[in-house]
Design a binder for this molecule. Structure first.
Ligand code: NAD
Length: 506
């Protein structure tokens, strides 16, 4: 029996000409002021996929000025919610119409499987529709019981100009967790996708124009964190930064944003535990564990990268997870059978390997994988499904984000121990519990420190359900009603009725 299930190059055609990406500034598609560009090759195939304008100080300054002008002019912010909703709904329809084109580009730049990319684009369109509904139901509050001569109103107003900075692992989905909600609130935006995956955000800009969005409301600048992201964070014409990415960069953003005390919303890393009690449905748990750790090659903030298993079932469950891991198809992301594609870059592949090596040196055992995979006909980098057992809480692999297809297995005996282990990482994004006893699930859900808890499932998500982290996984929430609240300020208006104000000076 082969050790893994591998999908060789399927021979699907890759466009011969690269996608050309430009900045969108005040409604015009433009190259960089200094003419600089950068290229992205497919992490799975090695082919050139895109050539993009590489933004610098002049480009970002013009984009921020355009967003500021569009906000201050007031046309977008003051437009009826129904009008904003129409543009969001039209954008959703255009996303659907262009799903295949977007999905192929997403796969080629990120290395994720084409079936998953298609599902993500479909999910993204749903977020634009959900945000459209929020635009029409947005309202404040009133206080009619402050006394006969007073009326209080709480107005919700857009924050203003927002900088949206996104990572490479779910490029189209994550911008769709931010931008439609910011637009629904009446904000204007400057957007920077990751330098690894710039192109589908460019397509989104094209679709917004086709949907009728006015010039300057959304501006896109392509390029690197330094200087583009940093300037988007420090500029005093920007009112808020919404960032998804690593905890290290998130901390840097907080420091830079402190100079102008802008609002900051952060969606950061995770080291998400699943705790498995002995009464759990082990077959269902094993399948969810395998899904949780290999989905998106483990390059997922919600990766279920560590399991904490009751000692009585640890041996059985680990065997089931090893068996299931061998059956997961790893390989050419353009082949619809593939469930796990390429690793984003050679540097990242090396970082994953170092975590496994260090764990082994510290006394852990590699029960499966632990090495790079070479796949027939593919020049890019792949990593084998990897299971590391005998992990103890002091090892880096137990508490740090590996961001690869690597599962750490820890064990426990009591609920208190399980909670202690689950809460021992600096992160608090998501957590899961497996038990047939609803009281066990409830106790775990209430005691674990995480923004999302899944009971007897993993990584389900809904536009209606808020998402975000505690501790070093971030601050603020996306999705659900909270998704629009992030982009709103609250203003209190207190109105005196008639000339009833008691005089201060007699
Ligand atoms: P990253 O932090 O390296 O980069 C994210 C974005 O920030 C990129 O666009 C990058 O160019 C930009 N950037 C880099 N330096 C910057 C700076 N100094 N100022 C402003 N912007 C800067 O993250 P990544 O490697 O692209 O993504 C992986 C990380 O994202 C993981 O840690 C993952 O957990 C996290 N993530 C979190 C969520 C969530 O919702 N919590 C979702 C997806 C990914």
């Amino acid at each position: 029996m082969t050790e893994f299930t591998l999908i060789p190059a399927c021979g699907a055609a890759i466009p011969t000409d690269p996608f050309i990406g430009q900045h969108l500034i005040d409604g015009a598609w433009v190259g960089s002021a200094d003419g600089a560009v950068f290229e992205r090759h497919s992490p799975a195939h090695g082919d050139l996929v895109s050539r993009s304008a590489r933004g610098g100080g002049d480009d970002i300054a013009r984009a921020i000025a355009a967003a500021r002008h569009a906000f201050d002019a007031g046309d977008w912010a003051a437009s009826p919610g129904a009008a904003r909703a129409r543009i969001l709904l039209k954008t959703a329809d255009l996303i659907d119409e262009n799903r295949e084109r977007i999905a192929v580009l997403e796969t080629l730049e990120s290395g994720k499987p084409i079936t998953q990319a298609r599902a993500e684009i479909e999910g993204a369109a749903d977020l634009w529709r959900y945000a459209a509904a929020l635009a029409r139901t947005l309202h404040g509050d009133s206080h009619n019981s402050l006394g006969p001569d007073m009326l209080g109103m709480v107005l919700k107003e857009p924050v203003g100009v927002v900088s949206l900075i996104t990572p490479w692992n779910f490029p189209f989905l994550i911008i769709s967790q931010k931008l439609p909600f910011a637009l629904a609130a009446g904000c204007t935006a400057v957007v920077k996708p990751s330098e690894m995956t710039p192109s589908t955000t460019v397509i989104l800009g094209q679709l917004l124009q086709r949907a009728g969005l006015a010039d300057g409301v959304v501006n896109i600048v392509l390029g690197y964190g330094d200087p583009v992201g940093a300037l988007m964070t420090g500029d005093d014409r920007v009112d808020m930064v919404s960032f998804t990415g690593s905890t290290a960069v998130g901390k840097q953003i907080v420091r830079t944003a402190a100079g102008t005390l802008k609002k900051v919303s952060l969606e950061l890393g995770g080291k998400n535990p699943q705790v498995i009690f002995p009464d759990a449905d082990l077959e269902a748990a094993a399948d969810a564990i395998v899904f949780g750790v290999y989905f998106n090659a483990g390059e997922c903030c919600n990766s279920g990268s560590r399991i904490i298993v009751h000692e009585d079932v640890a041996g059985t469950l680990t065997e089931m997870v090893v068996d299931a891991s061998r059956k997961v198809p790893f390989g050419d992301p353009l082949d619809p059978r593939t469930k796990v594609g390429a690793i984003i870059s050679p540097d990242h592949q090396a970082k994953i390997a170092a975590y496994v090596r260090d764990a082994e040196t510290a006394g852990a055992q590699v029960a499966l994988g632990g090495k790079a995979l070479s796949i027939d006909g593919l020049a890019g980098q792949f990593h084998a499904p990897t299971i590391v057992t005998g992990v103890t809480p002091d090892m880096a692999i137990a508490t740090e984000e590996v961001f690869g297809p690597v599962l750490s297995v820890l064990t426990f005996r009591t609920m208190d121990q399980a909670i202690l282990l689950a809460n021992s990482a600096p992160y608090g994004l998501s957590a899961g519990v497996w038990s047939r006893d609803v009281y066990t699930c409830l106790e775990f859900s209430r005691r674990v420190r995480a923004g999302t808890v899944w009971t007897n499932t993993w990584m389900d998500g809904f536009a209606e359900m808020p998402f975000g982290g505690v501790k070093q996984s971030g601050q603020g929430r996306e999705l659900g009603r909270y998704g629009i609240e992030e982009f709103l300020e609250v203003k209190s208006v207190q109105m005196r009725i008639g000339d009833t104000r008691p005089r201060w000076v007699a």
